[in-house]
Design a protein around this ligand. Structure first.
Ligand SMILES: [Zn+2]
Length: 154
């Protein structure tokens, strides 16, 4: 579905630049290990500004919860209604929640708790890429398959 183009500001620019390179990064406090999204100028936990660094994360997560959107205020998205709006908990820090429309998952059939992997979608407004999430098999299964690529299909 078409998405709105975010307009990066000074604080969020490294996040959006990384998206354009196909990477997911989180502003991380090296003093207390907290990841925060959306980024803020200081750490939410210890208030440090100097200890914040951008860290690349794996792009794996789990579906935390969802709702089905029937009456969205964003005009660009109204043509796609109804659609899924899920919250995704990051593997590295389940306290970080990101939103997803879960392409490939039927409306209102969202498997809460399922594994998702990030992908990046180009937005029509300014070409900025944004993170989106897709339901996939659990990470250990994917790793097992990758380790045995010669396994024959039945
Ligand atoms: Zn901190």
């Amino acid at each position: 579905m078409p998405k709105q183009s975010p307009v990066p500001d000074k604080l969020s620019k490294p996040f959006w630049d990384a998206c354009n390179e196909g990477k997911l990064v989180m502003l991380t406090c090296t003093a207390c290990n907290l990841m925060q999204y959306p980024p803020e100028a200081t750490c939410r936990k210890c208030n440090s500004a100097e200890k914040l660094v951008w860290k690349e994360v794996s792009g794996w997560g789990k579906i935390h919860g969802y709702c089905t959107m029937y009456d969205c205020r964003i005009r660009l998205l109204q043509a796609e209604q109804p659609f899924n709006l899920a919250s995704i908990a990051l593997e590295e820090d389940p306290g970080v929640l990101m939103y997803a429309n879960l392409p490939g998952t039927p409306v209102d059939e969202v498997p809460v708790g399922a594994t998702v992997k990030v992908e990046f979608v180009t937005t029509p407004g300014n070409g900025q890429k944004v993170p989106e999430w897709r339901v996939t098999e659990p990470r250990w299964k994917a790793a097992k398959k990758a380790a045995r690529p010669a396994a024959r299909k039945r």
